[in-house]
Design a binder for this molecule. Structure first.
Ligand SMILES: C[S@@+](CC[C@H](N)C(=O)[O-])C[C@H]1O[C@@H](n2cnc3c(N)ncnc32)[C@H](O)[C@@H]1O
Length: 331
């Protein structure tokens, strides 16, 4: 029997090739149905018309399909706008120095990595995600950006002290608390001494929410914990994880408001669309709340109206810290 590792590597090599086929097109020939295709089909499962990664080891709550890819692209653009840039760590000078290496974990659509590659041509960027379906095509990718399929829970496939800057953003839906601790240890291992690591996560409890949104968010929080062991309030834990690591110092935390609804113009409209898409992707939630899909959609629309009326907003947090210097002091 093929080991999980060799099955993974076969999927990684073959998936992008297989995706080039349009399964509905008349060009599709039976001899295209090879082992790689079957592995690809086995890699995804469908619930309620949405496609998910088919891996029992994963806690990932959101789908892996075109709708989620579009949502994650929108989410990236909103975040870049709100934070007025792609990072807050004090690495600007370093990023324009030749030989600087950057790692993005759970890169999704890869837009952060592409932007960083274009803005900092002397840096090299490695962007990792478990799902290569989301990676941009090579013609959209600058030469200093490389995408890698990898499950971060099993480790980051680089030697220690490799990267000058590590970015991990909007991964609240992905890891259990135990997995977060493992992944952070791995990220710190591959971070160079004096390099910076930056986390960006939202507080899911929208401010200025009404009764409907409070109910939805409370059920969402409980469901994610009970069904997938995912703590969606991970933004509260990250500063402590950092403080507990002897290898990290100079912790800085910052936050921005992220308005929801037309009351905040174009940004608020798009932010509300993004919010709706997230909840439409949580296909287990209607059942958990003992509601039909229609009832759930009605509640969701009610929440959106309420958010706009109440001038609701999220708070998004960034925490960044530096890996201690590697110099051995001679006393
Ligand atoms: C919500 S998206 C965040 C995308 C991006 N970082 C951003 O800020 O918009 C979460 C990403 O984590 C990826 N992911 C989930 N589990 C993973 C794992 N175990 N290892 C690596 N990536 C994973 C998903 O495929 C998805 O692209």
């Amino acid at each position: 029997m093929m080991s999980k590792k060799s099955k993974d590597s076969l999927i990684n090599v073959s998936k992008n090739e297989v995706w080039k086929h349009d399964l509905d097109s008349s060009n599709f020939e039976t001899n295209d149905i090879n082992e790689a295709t079957s592995l690809l089909l086995d890699s995804y499962k469908t619930y309620n018309g949405r496609q998910f990664l088919n891996d029992d080891d994963l806690n990932c709550l959101l789908p892996s399909d075109k709708i989620e890819l579009e949502r994650s692209t929108l989410s990236y653009l909103l975040m870049r706008h709100r934070w007025k840039g792609n990072f807050c760590s004090p690495v600007k000078e370093k990023l324009n120095t030749s030989g600087t290496t950057i790692l993005d974990i759970g890169c999704g659509s890869g837009l952060w990595a592409i932007d960083m590659g274009l803005n900092h041509p002397s840096s090299s960027i490695i962007a990792i995600d478990i799902d290569p379906f989301k990676f941009p095509s090579s013609d959209r990718c600058p030469p200093n950006v490389c995408f890698l399929t990898c499950n971060a829970i099993y480790g980051i496939p680089f030697p220690q002290n490799t990267f000058d800057f590590v970015n991990i953003s909007m991964m609240w839906s992905v890891f259990s608390e135990a997995q977060w601790i493992l992944v952070i240890k791995e990220l710190v291992r591959v971070l160079k001494h004096d390099g910076w690591i930056e986390f960006t996560e939202p507080d899911p409890m929208v401010r200025n929410r009404g009764k409907k949104l409070t109910w939805l968010l409370e059920c969402f929080s409980k469901a994610c914990q009970e069904i997938r062991d995912v703590n969606v309030h991970i933004h509260e834990k990250i500063p402590n994880y950092i403080k507990e690591m002897d290898e990290l110092k100079d912790l800085t935390c910052m936050s921005v408001d992220y308005p929801l609804g037309g009351w905040y113009g174009c940004f608020g409209d798009y932010a509300l669309k993004n919010f709706k898409r997230v909840f439409q992707g949580l296909v287990f939630l209607p059942k958990y709340m003992e509601m039909s899909d229609e009832e759930f959609n009605g509640l969701l629309n009610g929440c959106l109206e309420e958010a706009n009326k109440n001038k609701a907003f999220f708070t998004i947090y960034k925490c960044f810290a530096k890996k201690v210097s590697g110099e051995v002091s001679i006393i």
